[in-house]
Write a protein that binds this ligand. Structure first.
Ligand code: ADP
Ligand code: MG
Length: 368
């Protein structure tokens, strides 16, 4: 039998990195979230060749202080979390200190950063595959940070080929995810552009630092979308009832237990939904996430009023940080909601009440 021995450090790093950065979408998500965590009010995302050549995320956030250059891209190094218990009150998107270190292992990775007092001079940082700082140089820069990811998956040939083969689908997902951040984040200017290998740069969408998600939706999806939407404001009372089915106790979860769902949804009246459920966005405390069960509940209720179309849904679930867990998978895509079944039941009732409260079966054109 072969001897059991530890995997060599560099290989472990590569294996784990591939779980944090699984595709183009995870790169974009991690970098945009870092910019938001750095207090940016302007985020510019630039793709070359739909990200196959490069992905650049430029922000006007706090920048990185020189004392953090060496540790910036080291695995499990973060300025956001120091102990496990901090997770229950987490206010930042990031907490694992894995994104930048993973990107070093999976791409040609560099950073340009500048703190306010140093502008117009910044520092360009280049890293080794391990995440160790390799080189610094002085460059022209404004306050903020630009992260540059070139040749994603250059050292994972199968993953690279997969990315190239599925680039159309990946690209649609990336644009969708960026649209989610751009819509949910108020007071932040987002700009997303793409440049083909030898073509000119085109801006896909940009938001203007609006104060409302409605204005953001207009910037991203166009004004026409909005005329078909009604406001979502559902309050789900989730105080536990007594008895053996009680799953929550105040000591167990602490804090506030009510859930509020804010956002926008298509009027069920015919002609205003979409042919496919391609514009459905879910957030937990403004964190975009895939919530298949929640999505299913929304669609089920909607279907009773409009059987032939899918709604545009923009739903931000506001709840106490004690009531969910974002630490389920390394790519943070999965969120575990406390007592989800009860929440879903209440959600269906509240949504039905909303649709029933006015006769949303009547198309807008036939309203008096
Ligand atoms: P995490 O976000 O979980 O802390 P990352 O690997 O994404 O881990 O980032 C590591 C650290 O690098 C962050 O904790 C933060 O201090 C710093 N950082 C990353 N991106 C930026 C940025 N755009 N602006 C300022 N600091 C950043
Ligand atoms: Mg991060």
């Amino acid at each position: 039998m072969a001897t059991i021995k530890p995997i060599e450090g560099r290989s472990v790093h590569q294996i784990q990195s591939g779980q944090v950065i699984v595709d183009l979408c995870s790169v974009v998500k991690e970098l945009v979230e870092n910019s938001l965590d750095a207090g940016a009010t302007s985020i510019d995302v630039r793709f070359k060749n739909q990200g196959l050549e490069s992905i650049e995320v430029q922000d006007n956030g706090d920048g990185i202080s020189p004392q953090n250059y060496e540790t910036l891209a080291l695995k499990h190094h973060t300025s956001k979390l120091s102990t496990y218990s901090d997770l229950t009150t987490l206010q930042t998107f990031g907490f694992r200190g894995e994104a930048l270190s993973s990107l070093c292992a999976l791409s040609h990775f560099s950073v340009i950063t500048c703190q306010a007092q140093d502008a117009p001079k910044g520092t360009k940082l280049e890293f080794e595959v391990s995440g160790k700082l390799k080189e610094t140089s002085v460059v022209a820069a404004q306050k903020g940070t630009t992260v540059i990811v070139e040749n994603l998956f250059n050292n994972l040939p199968v993953r690279r080929q997969e990315l190239q083969r599925n680039i159309k689908r990946e690209w649609n997902r990336v644009v969708g995810v960026l649209g989610q951040y751009a819509c949910i984040q108020t007071g932040i200017k987002f700009s997303v552009s793409q440049q083909a290998s030898k073509g000119k740069k085109t801006t896909l969408f940009s938001t203007k630092g609006n104060q409302s998600t409605r204005e953001n939706i207009v910037n991203v999806f166009g004004a026409k979308t909005l005329t078909a939407l009604i406001t979502l404001d559902l309050n789900l009372e989730l105080e536990p009832t007594s008895g053996p089915s009680q799953r929550w106790s105040t000591q167990e979860v602490g804090g506030k237990k009510d859930i509020r769902i804010l956002g926008h949804i298509s009027r069920p009246a015919s002609g205003e939904g979409r042919q496919t459920p391609d514009r459905q966005m879910f957030f937990v405390n403004s964190r975009p996430c895939g919530l298949p069960q929640v999505s299913k509940a929304f669609n089920e209720v909607y279907k009773a009023y409009n059987g032939s179309q899918s709604p545009f849904i923009f739903a931000n679930i506001e709840l106490d940080t004690h009531l969910y867990d974002v630490n389920v998978s390394p790519d943070k895509r999965t969120i575990l909601l406390h007592d989800q079944n009860r929440m879903l039941e209440n959600l269906k009732v509240a949504l039905t009440e909303l649709f029933e409260s006015q006769d949303y079966r009547v198309p807008i054109s036939q309203l008096p």
